[in-house]
Write a protein that binds this ligand. Structure first.
Ligand code: CTP
Length: 409
């Protein structure tokens, strides 16, 4: 695995050595290219020492041999990773400007490119940057969304560079898929995924349910399987076909989902609760069909078991991922649920929107973790969002060393 690490001039450049080290630990050989401005933030000696190779930062560096000129380096690299990527770097890459070594290299590569933007909030939100990211993505360049949090400029918002473990997972997955291998970063991981609605019977013909179709949970199960995990998919009523190679356990009520999840919980490394679980059930289920009367009818409802909270109490070393369906204050409510249910990661959905979420193939979610990193994934297919959620899970597993080594890397 040969990775070219591009470093551009931004305060987050101090995190680049950590990315370099992690890539090397996973078996990659790394060569570093810096821009002139990057030198203002980090010394070339550090990156040279760690990579064991000269750092390239000038178009015309006479002391370097032909192997390091942009064309030969472009041929050498199997992945170009630019972390951090400034707004200026994104703009140059999108416009095809080649006025320094890195931008010239960008035009010469045939391998995949992964860009990790980090900048001030206003610069990230500027229409020019939005447009440049859109253009780059349209051309097949992978761009990681920055984290939301406190920025070096003192503001709070999107713009922070994500953790090195997450960048490494994404880089290795990209490398693996470019090389035609399945990139099984989740091999050896036992994962339980729940999906769909739970249904609470009122009588033999009527029930309480919700509009969940199961798509998000099924996408997660399929993606986790593709990435090598041993997956158990526990689903409430859904019209979807269970993915190949996944153990499938259909359930109906919340109580049944609870019992089934508990069966597999003991052995699981990761549990993802994507199911839309009913919060209440009728106090009694009538054995006979309830007959129509002349007046109004009241139904007494009692709370169901909160499966995720129960799992949170016994989670131990496991990674627990919850979903939050919110119609207002998504970040605040998401953080609250993460703490209350003792989760590692929460995926927040805005269920007030009609163009995403329930019953759609598209979604737009926010990911919040225990370190309070908040990340928004713009409107995308549920399959791609599933992979982004699994990138985070995979990085957490690697951080905790729950699985000894990732085979294939
Ligand atoms: N959940 C669960 N058991 C329940 C209800 C919810 O395990 N009885 C899980 C869901 O699968 C989801 C998370 O808890 O991963 C949050 O679900 P959500 O409906 O957003 O939150 P609630 O805790 O039900 O709170 P509220 O409906 O008041 O927002």
């Amino acid at each position: 695995m040969r990775v070219i690490l591009g470093v551009t001039g931004c305060i987050a450049a101090y995190k680049s050595p950590a990315v370099l080290r992690e890539l090397q630990q996973k078996g990659a050989e790394v060569r570093v290219v810096m821009t002139n401005h990057a030198r203002e933030f980090i010394g070339a000696a550090t990156l040279e020492g760690l990579s064991g190779h000269p750092v390239v930062d000038q178009m015309f560096q006479p002391e370097l041999n032909a192997d390091i000129r942009h064309i030969s380096l472009a041929r050498w690299g199997e992945l170009l990773l630019v972390a951090p990527a400034t707004a200026n770097a994104l703009a140059k890459f999108a416009c095809g400007i080649a006025d320094d070594f890195l931008s010239t290299l960008f035009l010469s590569i045939r391998c995949p490119a992964l860009l990790v933007p980090a900048m001030n909030l206003e610069m990230w939100r500027h229409p020019a940057t939005r447009e440049n990211v859109r253009i780059l993505r349209e051309r097949g360049v992978d761009v990681i969304e920055p984290d939301l949090g406190y920025l070096a400029c003192g503001a709070e918002g999107e713009g922070r560079m994500p953790e090195s473990s997450e960048i490494t997972v994404r880089a290795l997955t990209l490398l693996a898929s470019a090389q035609g291998s399945r990139g099984e970063d989740l091999a050896g991981v036992r994962m339980v995924v729940t999906a769909g609605p739970t249904i609470e019977d009122i009588d033999p013909v009527r029930y309480l349910g919700n509009r969940s179709s199961g798509t998000m949970g099924f996408s997660l199960a399929r993606a986790a399987r593709r990435r090598g995990a041993e997956v158990t998919l526990i689903s409430g009523s859904s019209a979807l076909e269970p993915p190949d190679g996944v153990r499938f356990a259909p359930v109906r009520s919340t109580q049944e989902m609870y019992r089934t999840v508990m069966n597999y919980f003991e052995d699981a490394h990761v549990v993802i609760m994507a199911a839309a679980v009913a919060d209440y059930r009728p106090a009694e289920v009538s054995a006979q069909k309830v007959k129509k009367g002349s007046g109004s009818l009241s139904l007494e409802l009692v709370p169901t078991v909160d499966i995720l909270s129960e799992l949170g109490r016994e989670k131990g070393e496991r990674i627990l991922v919850g979903f939050a369906a919110e119609t207002e204050s998504p970040v605040e409510n998401g953080r609250k649920k993460l703490r209350q249910k003792n989760l590692d990661l929460i995926v927040v959905n805005d269920v007030s929107r009609r163009d995403i979420g329930f019953g759609h193939d598209m979604n737009e979610v926010m990911l919040i973790d225990r370190g309070d990193s908040v990340r928004t994934f713009e409107r995308d297919t549920k399959d791609r969002i599933a992979d982004r959620i699994l990138d985070r899970v995979s990085a957490m597993l690697a951080d905790r060393r729950l699985i000894p080594e990732i085979p294939g890397y």
